[in-house]
Design a protein around this ligand. Structure first.
Ligand code: NIG
Ligand code: FE
Length: 455
């Protein structure tokens, strides 16, 4: 069999191969490890995975990459980021160290409002440049796909400007991006004290406009992907077949989500329900920020609306954790956020997994609570603060994270037919990732079959 690239001499390959869908409960520990492994790529896609000897005998590659006995894992998927923003809030960080709380700073007009002002004042070009720097650092630390939320515009033109930035970066940057519309991130200054009026604006104007805008710019900003021919089983190169793509892939890559910050001081349960119900009718997938500081019952709303994910889940009552574990909604823990805020409470992720739930991990990358572009650090935090095993953390940051943005069939594991998004580690054991922290253990990133950084 012909291949464009054969990666061989892999000491430990974490395939995460298994049945479709997120891993739940004890299955989160199953990594499908293969020792002395190899992996073959044609165009952007994995075409063979197995023992090095067996693949060497059957594959004729154009190029080879000697992994030197290192561990190889799927590229990280970061399913919760507030990626497109302008400016920083280093002064607020200092105030928080001095004792001010995040919600106090927000109530005093700082916090999200500060970043909204900076993002509104900036041109699209500036927004793209600042965001691109973050994407470069994410890729260098092994993130190959990320979700990206709006929510620093909070009016029509500036929310659409954030969507435009996401679309432009989808065209220009190797990291694949999935957009989420988060106009319900905060009540903008011009609507202070009139939250209901802002919710009306979101439901009546912003959501329909964002949906229509994304239908115009979303698919044209997608990078083409290859197809496996039904007739010959051969991989046909990306872009060669125009519109003839698998419908399930097209839908998955074209998706846009809607999210609401359901929190005291932001949007209450009824407002969140109203916004998300309207979004669902338009065709958005649903996500919710719940229980970050106060529990309003958002996890139950996520279950009720069959949201794809319930994110943060820090102050979630035990009974809601049990309900979440039994639902199809993926819990997304963001341990960088309590860490970034210097707080002691973390998500009850251990309990969610022990009750059979599906957990994903994300950075929450944002300028207020967690400016962290590195999923490796999130794994290290998750193991220490939430007692995840390294294997569970890896599953949460790859396959389950892919499922949390609707891409579980396309990425997140190293299986034939999936995109060749993978990482060669500077280590021979995947557990080194969570065990060691503070340095970059990703030696080489392969994104859609292309070697991004040489060993
Ligand atoms: O997820 N919770 C709301 N949004 C972010 C913080 C955003 C900001 O402070 O700019 C979060 O923690
Ligand atoms: Fe967030």
């Amino acid at each position: 069999m012909r291949a464009d690239l054969l990666i061989y001499n892999i000491g430990q390959l974490a395939t995460l191969a298994g049945p479709p869908g997120p891993r739940r409960g004890a299955a989160m520990r199953e990594l499908g490890l293969i020792t002395d492994a190899a992996l073959a790529v044609a165009d952007d896609r994995i075409i063979a995975v197995g023992k090095s000897d067996a693949l060497a005998a059957t594959i004729q590659p154009t190029a080879t990459l000697n992994a030197g006995g290192c561990a190889v894992i799927p590229g990280f998927v970061d399913p919760h980021t507030h990626l497109p923003w302008v400016g920083h809030r280093a002064a607020e960080f200092e105030m928080r160290i001095g004792g001010a709380t995040y919600m106090q700073i927000m109530a005093a007009g700082g916090g999200i409002a500060r970043t909204v002002a900076d993002t509104r004042a900036a041109s699209l070009a500036t927004l793209v440049v600042e965001t691109r720097g973050r994407l470069d650092r994410m890729l260098a630390h092994g993130t190959t796909t990320a979700e990206a939320k709006t929510g620093y515009g909070l009016n029509l033109s500036d929310e659409l400007k954030q969507l435009d930035a996401i679309a432009e970066l989808r065209r220009a940057h190797p990291v694949d991006l999935v957009p989420t519309f988060l106009a319900a991130h905060a009540v903008p200054p011009e609507y202070q004290g009139r939250t209901e009026a802002y919710v009306d604006l979101i439901v009546e104007e912003l959501l329909p406009a964002a949906w229509a805008h994304w239908q115009r710019i979303g698919s044209s900003s997608l990078r083409p992907w290859s197809q496996i021919s039904r007739a010959t089983g051969e991989v046909q190169p990306a872009g060669a077949i125009g519109q003839d793509v698998r419908e399930a892939d097209r839908r998955a890559w074209n998706a846009i989500f809607c999210d609401v910050f359901c929190e005291a001081g932001a949007f209450d349960l009824a407002q969140a329900r109203r916004i998300l119900t309207a979004a669902r009718q338009l065709g958005f997938g649903l996500k919710i920020h719940v229980d970050e500081f106060a529990s309003l019952g958002g996890a139950l709303l996520a279950i009720e609306l069959a949201a794809i994910s319930a994110d943060h889940i820090v102050t979630t009552p035990a009974e809601h954790v049990t309900r979440l574990a039994r639902s199809n909604t993926i819990g997304v823990a963001l341990p960088g956020t309590p860490f970034g805020l210097g707080q002691r409470d973390y998500s009850p992720a251990r309990s969610l997994i022990d009750q059979g739930g599906a957990l994903a991990l994300a950075t929450d990358l944002n300028p207020g609570t967690c400016w962290c572009e590195n999923m490796q650090f999130i794994l290290a935090l998750a193991c220490r603060t939430m007692r995840l095993l390294p294997a569970e953390a890896l599953t949460a940051a790859t396959l389950n994270a892919a499922c949390a943005i609707g891409l579980g069939e396309q990425i997140g594991s190293l299986e034939v037919g999936k995109l060749a998004d993978l990482l060669l580690l500077d280590a021979d054991d995947y557990r080194m990732l969570a065990y060691r922290f503070g340095t970059n253990l990703v030696r080489t990133v392969v994104k859609r079959g292309k070697v991004m950084s040489a060993a």
